[in-house]
Design a binder for this molecule. Structure first.
Ligand code: CP
Ligand code: NVA
Length: 302
């Protein structure tokens, strides 16, 4: 059974193929001519953390594919009362065609995939956010062409998004320069595996120097809210502002997975400025994930 828990669950060709398919889905959307799949499929979406984009893009995407999505929060299900994830996965496998999970520990999605007999998609864990990388790579390709050989600057927290950028740098062949404060570096194992494509630098300007894409994310991720003020101190030299964008390639794009905190990790000028593609990036979640769902359902049926 094929799952999408990490970027490395796809080969480079498969990842690039999904970006092409996502482009077709986007064109269909823009032309008002959606093409559903032949069969009706149901997705179970488990959200143990908040979501706007992931929830709406999967639910809307499943409807557009001629299927249906069921939103399951731990508050309303037996998961919240301690039913093991393995038991939940086995039961859902009897009732739906595909599962999407957003949770804290990455191990939870791995355990779910191990027990499920249908595809499982990682909708964000503390370790990785691979669905976002599909949309980011689609957005880069749309605006700037192939990303292989290009330079990407990651500025801020060594969090799930940063880890996913490291994996994707290796999968698609771009150079990644990361500026993360001491004590907030990316996952050591992921960094070790991706080290040939990653250079760690000390300042935002060094990371951005000549880069074709500048990316940041919130300083306190979901689950770290109590560390907000301490993190503001640790990260304040890493704000993406006009000076940082000026260090980048003149045609550089700016991305942020959103939600953004204006005046913290990014200024309003950059977020709303001409180099920012954050709204396209968010919109592409719909198209990239439809391509992903189609791919996984096809793989499960063949
Ligand atoms: N970028 C992203 O995953 O957004 P949500 O948390 O709103 O799903
Ligand atoms: N790093 C952020 C991403 C939100 C989409 C978080 O985990 O909260």
């Amino acid at each position: 059974m094929r799952h999408f828990l990490s970027e490395f669950d796809l080969t480079q060709d498969e990842f690039l193929g999904l970006l092409e398919r996502a482009k077709e889905y986007r064109a269909q959307w823009e032309a008002g001519a959606l093409e559903p799949l032949e069969k009706h499929h149901t997705m179970a979406m488990i959200f143990e953390k908040s979501s706007t984009r992931t929830r709406v893009s999967f639910e809307s995407g499943m409807a557009q594919l001629g299927g249906h999505a069921i939103n399951l929060s731990p508050r309303d299900t037996q998961l919240g009362r301690g039913e093991p994830v393995e038991d939940t996965a086995r039961v859902l496998s009897q009732m739906v065609d595909i599962i999407m999970v957003r949770t804290f520990s990455h191990e939870t999605v791995e355990r779910m995939a191990e027990a499920a007999t249908i595809p499982v998609i990682n909708g964000l864990t503390d370790l990785l956010h691979p669905c976002q990388l599909l949309a980011d790579m689609q957005t880069f390709a749309d605006h700037a062409g192939p990303i292989a050989g290009k330079t990407v600057a990651w500025i801020g927290d060594g969090n799930n998004m940063c880890n996913s950028y490291i994996n994707t740098a290796n999968l698609l062949g771009f150079d990644l320069r990361i500026a993360c404060p001491e004590g907030h570096e990316p996952d050591a194992e992921i960094l070790d595996r991706g080290s040939s494509k990653v250079t760690a630098v000390g300042t935002a300007a060094e990371a951005a120097d000549g880069a074709h894409l500048v990316v940041t994310d919130v300083w306190a991720s979901m689950g770290q809210e109590s560390e907000q003020s301490e993190r503001e101190q640790a990260f304040k030299h890493l704000q993406v502002n006009d000076a940082v964008m000026e260090a980048a390639n003149p045609d550089a794009l700016f991305m942020h997975c959103l939600p953004a905190h204006r005046g913290e990790e990014v200024t309003t000028e950059v977020l709303e400025g001409p180099q920012s593609v954050v709204w396209d990036e968010a919109g592409n979640r719909l198209h990239a994930q439809k391509a992903l769902v189609e791919f996984l359902l096809n793989a499960a049926e063949n």
